[in-house]
Design a binder for this molecule. Sequence first.
Ligand code: ADP
Ligand code: ZN
Length: 215
Amino acid sequence: MRIILLGSPGAGKGTVSKLLIAYDGSVHISTGDILRNAVKAGTLLGKKAKDYMDRGALVPDSLIMDMMEERLKEPDCARGFILDGFPRTIPQAEELEKLLAKLKIDIDLVVNMEIGKEVVLDRLTTRRTCSNSSCQAIYNVKTMPTKVAGICDKCGSPVIQRSDETEEAIVNRLDTYNKQTAPLIDYYGTKGMLKTIEAASSETVVNTITKSLKA
Ligand code: ADP
Ligand code: ZN
């Protein structure tokens, strides 16, 4: 499958992506994960991106587009891909369209994962992420705790609260989403590519996506 996942921070795009790659072997491309790994590895991209990310602001489009062009040219994308966290602005969507035309790739579906603001705030403040960059398992202190407090079930590394998951950064990320990313819902709606799915349950989202791809 070749799909774009839209949805506010905390909508569950990461969880849904992981279920979808298990379904058909498509690759999960999370711009947030790529950027966090770049920050950790101390690359030039990481150095340029870190301040924006810690504030909950968007990294400049030009950096993102260079990074994504490189990623979409990787051979594993031939298996299909799930874009999680990209495009994030109208200019990114326009640039992506040109890039995909150049690479002769068509998108099957754009999914808008819809979720209430209270649910999102609660999910984000209780979310914990495995600190091992090759694992990045996601937990929730309320709904999906680790078996041993603070330790990843899968790899044994410490689980942490992301530096952009302080209350202030979360409020900024939601505000950034509403101003800069939500307009993409109309953008793709007008093109007839959009499917909006109520995102309370990740399983429901995945089932709805796989059904509409078969149809
Ligand atoms: P979220 O939970 O907010 O959806 P992500 O993991 O997708 O978080 O992204 C984390 C941060 O990385 C964002 O707050 C932003 O600073 C940066 N980022 C990720 N994707 C993009 C993008 N497509 N354009 C600009 N900045 C991005
Ligand atoms: Zn882990």
